[in-house]
Write a protein that binds this ligand. Structure first.
Ligand code: SF4
Length: 451
């Protein structure tokens, strides 16, 4: 590795990571949960970008080789993904390997935690490896609710955004079908196989229809899947304790990183539901509305009329976006729930209100802690039999969640457990989850469960 100067680091922050056009590049998406990245790749393909999802976790050792152990675990996993992919491409193509043909997609936030630094660190490491400085890194930022300007041609932004959001909702639906059916499946393994096939079918559907705006065909393909999915369940198996999963978005949804916690919970008798990806997207939009309201209040007090105009414009733009997202989500969930009773997603405003009512935390602080703490409260009050907080070891917002949610759950008498991951295996973890499930079963026997 070449020596990295401070000047190089500043240059990376300012110029070398941003929203670059994806046209003509092989667009590499890291896999988070097993659904959404693949559906998003379909949307990009529909708009003419040859997008693909990289194999994940196989390159973990390479990621570890270039990091110190102090970085967030998702940063290490995704670094391993891109370096492993490049290594394999180099092997496969030999002299015909041209790093400038690739674009690596790594979104970001502006803090307060470290997600905004992943792509910068990845940039610095790629720059230090021969030839890989030519691999472009493109990004979207949660601070403008993932505005696509620059990444996609301007005239296509609206259509892309709509299809992209639909792909998030459909990915959530496929996950929820998996978690609803697998604990009650007629024979072992049929649900996993079915859902993986369904994901591939939906990815093709997004690739075919996104750019034409034909969401009706995407919905029909999903409906077909849901009808078939219903038949995988054995109606004779009685309902099981319901467990809600909250926590840091990457590790709680990345099955390899969390060592398939949901399957372990199911092994000990659970039906589990993870927080959705749509929740995060809606949260980033909701937060823009909230910020615009705060700024408007301040500027009205100080009579800054130019700023007031800007605030109003921002408020209106993001309020309408949020409304659209909720409507879209409601439409898809309603269609699916005609056939199978998956759990609905909650609105961010209800989480905000829950936090205020309990005086437990604040949306002003931001990060995922405000979502995880409020969700844990909502789940506990809505008849879930237990709550699991999954996160990367050393994750700042998740440790906040752990310290605040745990005493709250104790007060509400709802079983709760924190599980952190860093790629190592802890022999006592499964025993802890089994004990948690015993408590959840007792809660279920006494209180019943959310329908
Ligand atoms: S949420 Fe946790 S894991 Fe993610 S960037 Fe922040 S501190 Fe790191």
């Amino acid at each position: 590795m070449e020596k990295i100067t401070q000047l190089d680091t500043f240059r990376v922050m300012a110029e070398r990571v941003g929203r670059f056009s994806a046209q003509g590049k092989r667009f590499l998406i890291p896999e988070m949960n097993p659904m959404n990245s693949h559906l998003l790749a379909g949307v990009f393909q529909s708009y003419g970008t040859p997008a693909e999802v990289m194999e994940t976790y196989t390159g973990l050792d390479i990621g570890k080789k270039y990091t110190s152990g102090k970085e967030c675990f998702p940063c290490v996993v995704t670094l391993g993904d891109i370096l492993y992919f490049m290594e394999k491409e180099k092997e496969r193509l030999g002299e015909n390997f041209h790093p400038e043909n690739y674009m690596y997609f790594m979104p970001e936030t502006d803090g307060p935690c470290r997600f905004g630094m992943y792509n910068k660190l990845h940039r610095i490491i790629l720059d230090s490896l021969p030839g890989l400085d030519k691999v472009q890194i493109t990004s979207l930022n949660s601070e403008d609710a993932y505005d696509l300007q620059g990444l996609v041609p301007t005239d296509k932004v609206q259509g892309f955004r709509k299809a992209g959001f639909l792909s998030v909702v459909v990915g959530d639906i496929l996950d929820r079908l998996l978690w609803r059916i697998r604990p009650y499946e007629k024979s072992q393994g049929i649900t996993d196989a079915f859902i993986m096939d369904a994901r591939n079918r939906m990815s093709k559907s997004f690739a075919k229809h996104s750019s034409t705006g034909n969401t009706g065909s995407i919905m029909s393909d999903l409906e077909e899947i849901v009808k078939q999915a219903k038949d995988l369940m054995d109606p004779a198996i009685p309902r099981k304790p319901l467990i809600g999963v909250v926590g840091e978005i990457y590790v709680r949804t990345h099955v390899r990183s969390n060592q398939d916690t949901i399957r372990v919970l199911e092994k000990y008798g659970a039906e589990a539901v993870n927080a959705s990806i749509g929740e995060w997207i809606n949260y980033t939009t909701y937060d823009q509305v909230r910020e615009a309201k705060v700024a408007l209040g301040l500027h009205l007090k100080t009579r800054q009329f130019k700023e007031i105009k800007k605030d109003l414009r921002k408020y209106l733009k993001f309020s309408l976006t949020l409304l659209y997202q909720y409507m879209q989500q409601r439409k898809v969930y309603r269609m699916v729930r005609n056939y199978i009773d998956i759990i609905k997603d909650h609105k961010i405003g209800s989480l905000d209100r829950m936090l205020k009512k309990n005086n437990a935390f604040s949306f002003e602080v931001g990060t995922e802690a405000c979502l995880s703490i409020s969700s844990a409260l909502v789940l506990a009050r809505h008849g879930y039999n237990g709550v699991v907080n999954i996160f990367p070891f050393t994750c700042m917002p998740s440790n906040l969640t752990a310290s605040i949610a745990k005493p709250l759950m104790r007060k509400l008498n709802v079983p709760y457990i924190d599980v952190s991951y860093d790629g190592s295996s802890q022999p006592g973890r499964e025993a802890a989850l089994r004990t948690f499930m015993y408590q959840a079963s007792q809660h279920f026997k006494t209180h019943g469960r959310h329908k």
